[in-house]
Design a protein around this ligand. Structure first.
Ligand SMILES: Cc1cc2nc3c(=O)[nH]c(=O)nc-3n(C[C@H](O)[C@H](O)[C@H](O)COP(=O)(O)O)c2cc1C
Length: 492
């Protein structure tokens, strides 16, 4: 058995404090194994959960017998909780339904989903008492997953290895998602050492999700050839490509290390005849498929998808997962101690004006909290209106409004963090006037008017803050003042 008895606190003083997301998942440390298809099998998931983190088995498209076997194997190796990762959009419907039913029958405690948001799957899992975690790549998807009933989210930055859904770098994305939703959010993409993890935790993420860093471990099911490429590879060499597409919905980008396929040496991925380049227990592996080289495969391993995230520069050896996690947890805890467990702006200078002394801090925090509540409520209303306006001429206008709203919420969350404050929970009942308007165009005009009025509040904040936050607030204020109602824009 890997791990410690259920009621024993983590003995290591260097461990990271549990977050509400840890309580939801039943783990002790805010470190999550990404549900990597093929790679995250029982041995690795058990090692991560046994350490006190949370392991997700990567079970995309896997047959029921394999899922059953892997779940049983984790349970033999550890008594700690773990979950299963599924991808509805990448799985045939009949198989997906039976995978979901199997997770329920097996009493899996948490399921992580990715790619398109499938409300049916979320509802089915939720109603069976399973904790649903959804990985997203934009604030809009975060709102969508929350509305569909996800209990928690993973914000995936473009730095991530494997399939990459959004195009935003992790840090701004995380601010926006934290700004828009009221459920716990974890961070993924390019996180490979303690400093990376400490930073996202300080930024408000409730856990760090590690893919590539845990693929480069003894227990991962990746083939040795792939692991060695991770050790020798460079982040600058990784690229996003749609070349590995067989088995997946079209236009899906993956981050990989370069090989003959990405250099164009194996022909056109979209017009070439199917070609078998390997096999796994009798199953053919096709050129341009999304399969990455696994322990169980033979063939042209270097020609398969060599998934890698941008954190690989910080991976220099293949080590046992517990050792990698211990090093990461210690260094992350040290980073958090160094920054006083408080929040530090990451890529930006200090945000609050030097003259905001302790006594003056409270009113600024209150003003930020107040504005954030209003902006979140507006964002929610824009999101609901966007869904109603699907297929109409108002849709693009609402989509760009939602984008602006998410950015505004992100600015406020960052400013609050700089003042060492966390966002308040969102009360219901805000924006009722707008919500009561049945006509979307009328609602959009109301929203634009409200935003114009709020421009003053943003301008006032800009005067109380400093550095990048002041600039960002002034920018939002300008944007709001300049906002034109859809009628003025020529919308109908
Ligand atoms: C080898 C590999 C396979 C992956 N497979 C899946 C998958 O099956 N399901 C999923 O939700 N995400 C998958 N991902 C993406 C991860 O969930 C996560 O976003 C990513 O690993 C985080 O970035 P990092 O690799 O830089 O840590 C995969 C990533 C890698 C590296």
């Amino acid at each position: 058995m890997i791990g410690f008895p259920k009621e024993t606190p983590v003995p290591d003083i260097h461990s990271l404090a549990a977050t509400p997301l840890c309580h939801l998942l039943g783990c002790r440390q805010p470190l999550i194994l990404a549900g990597m298809g093929g790679v995250a099998r029982a041995e690795l998931a058990a090692a991560v959960s046994g350490f006190g983190g949370f392991g997700f088995l990567g079970m995309v498209r896997e047959p029921l017998a394999l899922i059953e076997r892997e779940v049983a194997q984790v349970r033999r190796l550890t008594d700690q909780p773990f979950g299963v990762n599924l991808i509805p959009a990448g799985t045939a419907r009949a198989l997906l339904r039976s995978q979901v039913d199997l997770c329920i029958a097996l009493g899996v405690s948490a399921v992580e989903l990715f790619w398109d948001i499938d409300a049916w799957v979320i509802e089915r899992l939720r109603s069976a008492g399973i904790t649903v975690v959804h990985q997203v790549g934009s604030a809009r998807d975060a709102l969508h997953a929350q509305a569909a009933g996800a209990h928690a989210l993973i914000a995936q930055g473009v730095e991530a290895g494997g399939h990459v859904w959004g195009r935003q770098p992790l840090l701004p994305l995380l601010d926006e998602v934290l700004g828009c939703v009221g459920i716990p959010v974890a961070a993924a993409g390019g996180l490979a050492d303690g400093r990376d993890v400490g930073r996202v935790l300080a930024q408000g993420a409730q856990a760090a999700v590690l893919g590539t860093a845990l693929m480069a471990t003894t227990e991962s099911f990746a083939h040795e050839v792939h692991k060695q490429r991770l050790v020798s590879g460079k982040a600058a060499d990784t690229l996003l490509t749609e070349d590995f597409h067989v088995n997946w919905p079209p236009h899906a980008a993956v981050r990989v290390l370069p090989n003959a396929v990405t250099r164009g040496e194996r022909g056109d991925p979209f017009t070439s005849a199917p070609q078998v380049i390997g096999e796994e227990e009798g199953r053919p592996i096709y050129l341009f498929s999304t399969d990455s080289p696994l322990r169980s495969m033979t063939g042209e391993l270097e020609t398969m998808a060599l998934y890698a995230g941008k954190g690989i520069d910080r991976i220099s050896a293949i080590v046992p997962a517990a050792e990698r996690l211990r090093q990461i947890a210690e260094a992350a805890a040290a980073h958090l101690r160094l920054v006083g467990n408080a929040v530090q702006p990451l890529a930006s200078p200090v945000c609050y004006a030097a003259e905001v002394q302790q006594g003056e801090r409270q009113p600024v925090v209150a003003a930020l909290q107040d504005l954030l509540l209003r902006e979140r409520a507006l964002t929610q209303l824009v999101f609901e209106s966007l869904r109603e306006a699907q297929g109409t001429a108002l849709h693009p206008c609402l989509a760009s409004l939602l984008h602006e709203q998410a950015k505004a919420c992100g600015v406020l969350v960052r400013a609050l963090r700089a003042l060492d404050a966390r966002p308040d929970a969102v009360p219901s009942g805000l924006c009722e006037q707008g919500r009561s308007m049945p006509d979307v165009q009328e609602r959009l005009q109301w929203l634009t008017g409200v935003r114009r009025e709020m421009a003053q509040q943003w301008q006032g904040l800009a005067g109380q803050l400093d550095g990048s936050c002041a600039l960002a607030c002034a920018e939002v204020s300008r944007l709001y003042q300049a906002a034109l109602a859809p009628v003025e824009m020529g919308g109908d």
